[in-house]
Design a protein around this ligand. Structure first.
Ligand SMILES: [Zn+2]
Length: 1009
């Protein structure tokens, strides 16, 4: 055809004209509404409100307002015989209710490439005329993506006639036109489609000759797919962010809208299969909409609805601890098993910002062997090379991965996009199959009729992959047939080359998460120590923690409302745990000693020797059993060194008496303790850490050098850091005040106050007896926009890689930029420390609530605070407190005690002053004789009263260890992470001999029977 461009435009105009005919003959409905400016009105309470009349074009709500609408009327007799429905648009999100049950979601504003909003409610497929209309709609004054305008009006409320034949034609020509767009120019098929569409357009005749048009389109759509076409296993999907640009309260209603829509489409289309992930969302529906939940259960039973992913929410996998990731799997899997009798063995995280290298082992041991995602297709530097491959974790465990070649979890089902996906599929050499998740997502919604209609037309169509409606698990079964030897393997972390700011943004949320994880570790241990199974109580708190690990909450990419809710929830849970801790400890105190005592708890699995600093109004002599410990009283504090056994407690007697006391000399304080000597400069930085043992300087350039950098990424402020911040000139602090606050033989500390930008930093820098640890406690009054506060150190150490702690292990971070993959890692994740070492010495930076770091040459840095303003205008403003520490050490990392120091900085000894003591003056419940093996968790089993120990090899080498147990346990089993026994272990003289592979995690169950 000559002039293709002109014909193309003609067809585009025609598609619109045909669309206009599909829903026609509008007749206005009467409308009334009720309203609450802030909170949803529950269905049973609607009649307590007074209904107000409203007309089309009138305002019904300010943003976030909540309401109900009643639409009434009568089908006019001229519509007799027609398919009659309602077209409703309140400019926000809405849900039609029938008999008090959510029946169908209505959603305004879908600016996706398919333009498939949901406004139409089918009422009478063949109207008799004169039927009464009485529709009840719940409404929310927000768009699919939260606040999209300030005021919401009733846009439209009409009865309309639905023309099935016009719809059929409309979908045919949309399918064919998109196919035409996607095909290469030189294909005869392409030429024939445009020619055919133009012929049909010639026959349209203002809609009078639809049959003739359809005769042409049906022929064009009848040509079968090529023999070599791939199969796109396609499942309807709605990515529902548990919170993001809206609060959780709106998510609960988004579930009702999305899931009721899916149920109606399942009724309409027998081929259709829908899936939804996240146990938490099902839990919301179970609580709020029990009848809707029953309908979902029915569809799950018939395999029309698939429960996806084995986790409680689709969580971030960078920030949560290893134990949290395990609980995500335990609680997710348990929910689907108990509620739906489904064993979910695949992980579903299409939208998370990178995936930790410890995950394959956690998945494998939680009976999850496949992982579905796509997010690495967003990388800003390197192209991730595989779609179907084996992912090998840091310990060597492997899971099968499929990254959607559609690069999307909200796929349109448009043929042009299918063609691109098929061409993109990297494993087309060994596989004929890929997965497709289609539907509207992020703010929920799910597929519209149009998604399904497009899919149906492509089940066997020349030019596109074969669309097969299917649950994801059938696709997974199919790709499991591929010979594993043929699959590429990706080893280690799946680093996401984007959204690197999410390691740091909303730092208070990250701190709450760390605090709660540590507190849960302590309480679970304390429960076992005190023989009180508190699991039923703790489970609800765990679920809150897991909820806030959702991939827009903990990464920091949500609106302020979400954090107001999450902070309050975290505070409440910390308070509950404090109270429980008090009750558990009180329950173990039985002996009235009539002296003062200090009961000290250590929930870590290594022996700790630490300086205790205890505030008291008078000096005490300190007795560990009958041994009088050296101590010192200064400035209202008692100082002494205490050795604590692993996973246990000790009672220290405090007896009033003569004690060394020393006045606080504040004029002269050398930060020197016999091992190291520090020098500070007038910018607050540590300019020298002199190693007194080896008589040498450890720093190449200053430590504790605070820098305020410009932080203006091109896009996605809350998510991204662009590398070019480093090309700007940072602001440096000004020292406002410095003074000595502790100065004795156990501890030396100086306090300094610094200003930087519009912010103020208060720091206490402390060193302790017999330790090279330099602790820096900070309170920052943070008042910046688009700035980032970083601090680091530059030791005299040359190494090719630094080492960062991640969940249950370590990962190397390049100190160089040899390749584009190294270059892209200009901001990296670490949990409690990052270390650079050679064979003889090393230097670590530890932290108590931070995650973002950078490594370049021998410089290590922590990203302390950010201040983006795009999603939440006041993100991170306010007061922050956090601690980091520098830890110069001898030996390489493996032979140092960096890990133990980092864990001790986080999990502090718990001190309780009491005149009543436990029966035994000291207990160490469990211990092991190899420092590399860490007992991370001691807890009651999820069912019953057995005890679970979670142990892991922490440095990446094979190890043997002997675990010592109390005499109460008669049997021991090695379990998977779901706590199912796998092998019985031999307890010999209260000891278990265990062999660990590098970074292996073992779950040991101990039984009293
Ligand atoms: Zn998401």
């Amino acid at each position: 055809m000559l002039n293709e461009k002109i014909y193309k435009e003609r067809i585009q105009h025609w598609i619109k004209r045909v669309g206009d005919v599909v829903y026609s003959q509008p007749i206005k409905l009467n409308a009334e509404y009720i309203y609450d400016a802030r909170n949803p009105i529950p269905y049973p309470e609607i009649n307590k409100h007074k209904w107000q009349p409203i007309k089309v074009g009138e305002k019904w709500a300010d943003v976030w307002g909540c309401g109900w609408f009643k639409f009434t009327g009568k089908v006019p007799s001229i519509m007799k015989g027609a398919f009659v429905g309602a077209w409703l648009d309140v400019q926000g999100e809405a849900c039609l209710f029938k008999d008090g049950i959510p029946h169908q979601g209505l959603t305004n504003k879908i600016d996706w490439n398919l333009q498939a909003g949901k406004y139409f409610v089918p009422l009478f497929p063949i109207s008799q005329g004169n039927e009464k209309i009485d529709l009840l709609i719940e409404t929310g004054a927000n768009g699919l993506f939260g606040e999209d305008k300030k005021e919401y009006k009733l846009e439209r409320a009409d009865l309309v006639v639905f023309d099935q034949q016009a719809y059929e034609l409309w979908m045919d020509i949309r399918t064919l036109f998109s196919l035409w767009e996607g095909l290469p120019d030189n294909k005869p098929r392409k030429k024939k489609i445009l020619y055919g569409l133009n012929q049909a357009c010639n026959l349209w005749n203002d809609g009078r000759d639809k049959d003739a048009c359809l005769a042409i389109t049906k022929v064009l759509l009848s040509l079968p797919a090529q023999a070599s076409a791939l199969t796109a296993w396609s499942i309807g999907h709605a990515h529902i962010d548990v919170a993001w640009l809206w609060p959780i309260r709106e998510t609960r209603r988004k579930c009702a809208r999305t899931f009721s829509t899916a149920l109606r489409l399942l009724e309409e289309y027998p081929e259709y299969v829908f899936g939804a992930s996240q146990a938490q969302l099902y839990q919301f529906v179970k609580e709020d909409y029990p009848q809707l939940y029953s309908e979902i259960k029915e569809q799950v039973k018939h395999d029309k609805w698939e429960c996806q992913g084995a986790t409680w929410v689709e969580m971030d996998t960078n920030i949560p601890s290893g134990e949290s990731l395990i609980r995500q799997c335990i609680y997710g899997r348990r929910f689907f098993k108990e509620e739906f009798d489904k064993e979910i063995d695949f992980l579903w995280l299409p939208d998370c910002f990178g995936y930790t290298g410890s995950f394959p082992q956690i998945l494998k041991k939680s009976k999850i062997d496949t992982f579905i995602s796509q997010k690495l297709s967003w990388n800003d530097t390197n192209h991730f090379p595989h779609h179907t491959y084996l992912w090998q974790g840091i310990d060597g465990s492997e899971v099968l991965c499929h990254f959607l070649p559609t690069n999307d979890y909200n796929f349109s089902n448009l043929p042009s996009s299918f063609i691109e996906s098929e061409e993109r599929y990297a494993q087309a050499d060994i596989s004929d199959d890929f997965l497709n998740l289609y539907g509207i997502g992020d703010g929920g919604g799910g597929p519209s009729k149009e998604h399904i209609e497009l899919g149906l037309r492509q089940e066997n169509l020349e030019g596109v992959p074969k669309v097969k409606f299917s649950p994801a698990r059938d696709f997974i079964t199919k790709i499991k047939e591929i010979d594993k030897e043929k699959l590429p393997v990706w080893e280690g972390e799946l680093y996401f080359e984007l959204h690197r700011g999410t390691y740091t943004t909303q730092s208070l949320m990250k701190k709450y998460n760390r605090q709660l994880e540590l507190k849960m570790q302590f309480i679970e241990f304390l429960s076992v120590l005190t023989n009180r199974n508190t699991n039923d109580y703790l489970r609800a708190i765990w679920k809150d923690i897991l909820l806030n690990q959702f991939h827009d909450i903990i990464p920091g990419s949500s609106i302020g409302w979400v954090y107001d809710d999450a902070h309050a929830m975290s505070e409440k849970n910390l308070n509950k745990l404090d109270l429980l801790q008090h009750n558990l400890i009180s329950g173990m105190l039985t002996s009235d000693e009539s002296t003062n005592n200090l009961i000290v708890f250590n929930s870590l699995s290594h022996t700790r020797k630490e300086v205790i600093e205890f505030a008291c109004d008078k000096p005490y002599q300190v007795y560990d059993h009958d041994d009088l410990l050296p101590c010192l009283y200064q400035n209202g504090h008692l100082y002494f060194e205490l050795t604590m056994p692993p996973l246990g407690y000790k009672t220290i007697k405090l007896i009033p008496g003569k004690v060394d006391s020393a006045p606080l000399y504040t004029s002269n304080c050398n930060l020197e303790n016999g091992l190291i000597k520090l020098k500070l400069d007038e910018l607050g930085a540590i300019t020298s850490i002199w190693d007194l043992t080896r008589d040498k300087e450890m720093l190449e350039s200053p430590a504790n050098s605070l820098k305020l950098w410009e932080d203006l990424p091109n896009n996605w402020g809350a998510w991204d850091i662009n590398h070019f911040y480093r090309e700007t000139k940072p602001q440096l602090p000004t020292l406002l005040e410095r003074k000595v606050v502790v100065n004795n033989r156990y501890k030396k500390a100086i306090y300094q106050r610094l200003s930087i930008g519009n912010s103020e930093i208060k720091q206490t820098i402390s060193i302790y007896r017999d330790s090279t640890l330099i602790k820096v406690e900070n309170t920052v009054d943070w008042n910046e926009k688009h700035k980032m506060l970083r601090v680091g150190a530059c030791p005299q150490i040359k190494a090719k890689n630094a080492t960062a702690e991640i969940q249950f292990g370590l990962v190397e971070r390049p100190t160089h930029k040899n390749t584009s993959w190294d270059y892209a890692k200009f901001e990296v994740l670490a949990h409690t420390f990052i270390d650079v070492s050679d064979n003889n010495q090393g230097f670590a930076i530890l932290n108590d609530c931070k995650y973002g770091h950078s490594v370049q040459d021998n410089s290590l840095e922590i990203n302390l605070l950010r201040s983006p303003a795009d999603v939440h205008k006041e993100a991170d403003l306010g007061t922050h407190s956090f601690t980091y520490a520098y830890y110069p050490h001898t030996n390489n990392l493996e032979n140092s005690n960096v890990i133990q120091q980092a864990h001790a900085l986080n999990q502090k000894l718990v001190l309780l002053e009491s005149d009543i003591t436990p029966q035994a003056s000291q207990i160490s419940l469990f211990s092991c004789d190899n420092q590399a093996i860490i007992i991370q968790t001691v807890k009651y089993a999820e069912s019953g009263d057995d005890v679970i120990l979670r142990c892991y090899e922490s440095i990446g080498s094979a190890q043997l260890t002997t675990l010592s147990l109390p005499d109460t346990y008669q049997a021991a089993f090695e379990c998977n992470m779901l706590e199912e026994n796998e092998a019985e272990l031999v307890i010999d003289n209260y000891k278990l001999k265990l062999e660990f592979k590098p970074f292996e995690i073992k779950t040991i169950k101990l039984s009293k029977k």
